[in-house]
Design a protein around this ligand. Sequence first.
Ligand SMILES: *Cc1c(COP(=O)(O)O)cnc(C)c1O
Length: 352
Amino acid sequence: MNQEPKGFVPLSLAELDTLTRLLSGLLSTEHPPVIIPGEAILGIEAMAAGISAPGRTFLNVVTGPYGSLFGQWLERGGATVAEVRVPFDEVVPAERIAAAIGQHKPDALSFVQAEVVTGGSNPAGEILRLARRHNLITVLDSVSAVGGEPLPVDEWGVDFAAVGAQKALAGPNGVSAVSITPRGWEFLESNGNAPRNSILSLLDLKPAGNGTAPVRVPPNIPTLEARALIAALTAVEEEGLEQVIRRHERAAASAVAGIKALGLAPWQKDSRHYSTLTTTVRISGEQRLHIARPVGIVAPGDGELFGQLLRINHFGANASRICVEEAIATLAGLLNQDAGPALGAIRLVWEE
Ligand SMILES: *Cc1c(COP(=O)(O)O)cnc(C)c1O
């Protein structure tokens, strides 16, 4: 009888190599990103824990709840944290950051590139140009930007960028990545308080130096999630990253056109800085838009934003014309309106 063993095949070095290559390609970086054995928020907390220390000054930008949390984690590490905060229906103007850099003379600048919770996208390219001019270490939460807008890590000189696959990349949420420049590694290594022997330790995950390939697969990488991430990133590569971004841009532009045709307004104020992953809809006095739970990709606001806005979550596999059409039909239904004109407005954007 054939007694072939059945069961679980561990991740191979070839698969690890493929995953690393796909992640580097996604971020346009020559420095292999660290694979984080958990959801993206783990990589984000690990960045804060690894870089914060008494005597270091950070400029932390808060345009939504994730930026707020990052500032708290930096403070926990003993750093001086200066905050630039804007109302969550606005993004941060680069001029505000320039002024704060002059005032606080920080060592590093941290911000969330784009926010699905608020529907805003910060002017990352402009902010990073400023950071380069002042030689600041830069730290980005790009979980809700990657795949929806450009993130050329090396060109922009981003020292730390945390990414996950479960938003625009239609991938798993159980494994994520942080890309780190050589300068970023120095910033971690020169911090006596950076965690070691801890789930929050980026230093424990540092790949062997001098560009040598790993000789074994780190045992902490979750195998099934890593395979799912390879599958998602391979699909992105096949569609083409630019096309994935374009699809998100269209989804957002068509959702905005649709809500305007229904007589509604985006919650975000500046039309040049909408997220391409979510469109947030201002509720104002419109009682019929108060929904308690998600209907398809239309969801109520999170936390403090509940009751202020509705979110249309057109990202990942839902960044499509049909999903936006369904969402706008849902809103038309809530408003008791004919969806026809709004669906026409959506069609125009996709046929452009
Ligand atoms: C979704 C999101 C996260 C958290 O990602 P998880 O993988 O769910 O932990 C962090 N930051 C931003 C900006 C996000 O949108």
